[in-house]
Design a protein around this ligand. Structure first.
Ligand code: SRM
Ligand code: SF4
Length: 572
């Protein structure tokens, strides 16, 4: 690794003067709707991705036009929390500058799609005016810190959430580039300042993701995160966190050196050690992560290359103390509890199902989601919480407001019944905006779920909460490799078909069939569902059944993810 040249993104970061690059010049260049190539890497650190409309790509090429460049902007919200005023502001921005929709992401953030270059600066300024920001929503830094969103789960939720916010603030890049470029902040010096105490001049080798989870739910998919904090609550008090490291989903088709991996547990830390632990895990990855090969640069590979014992020792050296033994804890259920819940403090919470997190008025069955949420935001006095399953909790509703919100939910048909399968399904964005998509995901999910539901009905297992996740490529943005059924785009209409993930996010799945179309997937599921309906043990989850019945072999660690393609179980 040492003699290999650094990846090109390292050159770009290094020459960028703390993420400035030529972004100002790129924004001023009116000849093209795009920004300079090097700046497309730097803009990510500011929460901006250059994309183009893939639906119109070939037609524009035929007309000899440049691609229809548009930008995706991701706003960062630690733990997915925003106020009704912030909701109203982003709702309006989506209409004024984006494609009239908002996208709630699998990491509890907002995305705007379809922003043209000339509107980037105004949109960012308006986002910042709402006291949200976009810095570090993307890029080789710590991203949006996730946190279990459901306030009814425990009295200490607010305290745990405050740790997610503190980690987020602590790991936010310190460069003033963001303020200078987007907020017209004053340039303090021409010299590259020494501004990044945690990251250093070239930031991290790759993206880095952190989450905090409140047991018993594993709604944040804690084991898929680079760094995880599992809250340990004793006698209704937060006593500390179990610390996990080295999770990640991204893979590349055909490259077995890449694999998803579930995190290992390092040990226990007290709340006042959290920021130090986060710093030392991040700096260890900063110093030892692979900067030569971006496909091998995530923390999971650093850990597998050097060993978890080495990693733990290195972090402990930096901390100047050893981790305490991890505490006993059990996590179950990665989904959201939809509908009304009453919290311990007497406030009400309504978790609203949102298909793939897309907030728009599509009028399907009279459902006008965007308008309805806007009207709710006008009267709501609590807050909104985006869930890691792309749903939305209308949280902390007072008793006085409950009836009014209920009647708006009815007026806009927002709480139409949702099937068990639908509520456990998730898809990434994919086409038409994602430049990496190989197949449809978000646009395809409702149709696919309808068909799988019919099969579940046929075999009488429609009440089984089977986790189904679809992504347009193997980068894994909807965390498909922990799903009980995972479909990962291979080409138009074709998917790699995975089975056997743990229902609680505790086991990776395994490739069952490669590069298959919908008909094959449905035919296979038909047979497997039939066997599951007859042969399952009491309370046996679908993923566990697939492993026990040897439909696929169990994946025990990321390294054996590619071993033994599973085909050969009940349908053969
Ligand atoms: Fe992701 C890249 C969308 C969560 C792994 N992801 C992308 C890009 C930006 C495509 C690109 O690089 O050009 C996608 C933009 C699509 C679009 O048009 O909006 C994209 N990722 C998303 C979102 C919006 C999916 C969603 O349906 O909600 C999620 C935004 C989260 C956020 O708010 O920050 C999203 N991405 C994830 C997750 C899940 C998670 O973090 O919990 C993963 C898997 C976990 C992980 O990181 O290992 C994920 N995205 C990736 C990867 C693969 C990284 C790797 O290690 O190989 C890429 C590609 C890359 O980084 O090179 C990627
Ligand atoms: Fe795009 Fe692939 Fe992520 Fe889906 S999984 S949003 S297709 S990068």
């Amino acid at each position: 690794m040492d003699n290999k040249p650094l990846s090109d993104v390292e050159r770009i970061k290094s020459a960028s003067r703390h993420l400035r690059g030529t972004l100002l010049e790129s924004l001023d260049n009116a000849i093209t709707g795009s920004i300079a190539e090097d700046d497309t890497q730097l803009s990510k650190f500011h929460g901006i991705y250059q994309q183009d409309d893939r639906d119109s790509r070939s037609e524009r090429k035929r007309q000899k036009l440049e691609p229809a460049y548009r930008f995706m902007i991701r706003a960062r919200l630690p733990g997915g929390v925003c106020t009704p005023q912030q909701w109203l502001a982003v709702d309006q921005l989506a209409d004024e500058y984006a494609n009239n929709s908002l996208r709630l992401t699998t990491r509890q953030a907002f995305q705007f799609h379809g922003v043209v270059k000339r509107n980037l600066k105004t949109t960012l300024q308006r986002i910042n005016q709402t006291l949200l920001d976009t810095i570090a929503a993307c890029g080789d830094v710590n991203r949006n810190v996730m946190c279990s969103p459901n306030p009814y789960l425990s009295d200490v939720h607010a305290e745990v959430h405050s740790w997610a916010a503190k980690i987020s603030a602590h790991l936010t890049p310190q460069t003033r580039a963001y303020h200078e470029i987007w907020l017209d902040g004053e340039r303090l010096t021409d010299d590259p300042e020494v501004v990044e105490p945690v990251y250093g001049d070239t930031y991290l080798p790759r993206k880095f993701k952190t989450a905090v989870v409140i047991p018993p739910q594993n709604d944040v998919d804690i084991f898929t995160q680079d760094l995880g904090f599992i809250a340990i609550i004793e006698n209704d008090q937060l006593v500390g966190f179990n610390v996990t490291v080295g999770g990640g989903m991204g893979t590349t088709h055909g490259d077995t050196a890449t694999y998803p991996r579930l995190a290992d547990t390092l040990g226990f830390c007290t709340p006042n050690q959290v920021l130090d632990v986060a710093t030392q895990v991040v700096t260890t990855q900063r110093d030892f992560g692979d900067r030569t090969n971006r496909k091998h640069a995530r923390l999971k590979y650093t850990i597998d290359s050097r060993g978890i014992d080495w990693f733990k020792h290195e972090v402990e050296l930096r901390l100047g103390r050893k981790f305490e033994e991890a505490r006993e804890v059990s996590l179950r259920g990665i989904g959201d509890r939809l509908g009304w819940e009453k919290g311990a403090d007497g406030f009400y919470h309504f978790t609203l199902f949102i298909d793939s997190g897309r907030v728009k008025d599509d009028d399907v069955n009279g459902r006008r989601l965007k308008s309805g949420l806007r009207e709710i935001a006008v009267i709501h006095t609590g807050e909104f919480r985006i869930s890691p399953n792309q749903n939305l909790v209308i949280a902390n509703i007072s008793l006085a407001n409950k009836a009014a919100i209920e009647s708006l939910l009815t007026k806009y048909t927002l709480h139409a019944p949702v099937s068990v399968l639908q509520s456990h399904a998730m898809a990434c964005v994919a086409l038409p905006t994602c430049g990496l998509a190989m197949a449809e995901a978000e646009r395809y999910l409702p149709e696919l779920v309808g068909k799988v539901e019919k099969l579940a009905d046929k075999h009488g297992i429609e009440d089984q909460p089977i986790v189904l996740r679809v992504t347009g490529c193997p980068n894994g943005c909807a965390r498909p490799f922990v799903a009980e059924i995972g479909l990962v785009g291979k080409g138009p209409g074709r998917y790699n078909f995975y089975l056997g993930g743990g229902h609680n996010g505790e086991r990776l799945n395994k490739l069952y069939l490669e590069n298959v179309d919908e008909q094959v997937i449905l035919d296979e599921l038909d047979v497997i569902f039939e066997h599951y309906a007859c042969d399952r043990q009491p309370a046996e989850a679908f993923g566990d059944y697939c492993v026990r019945a040897r439909v696929v072999t169990a994946t025990r660690s990321g390294i054996d993810f590619h071993d033994d393609t599973g085909r050969g179980g009940v349908t053969s």
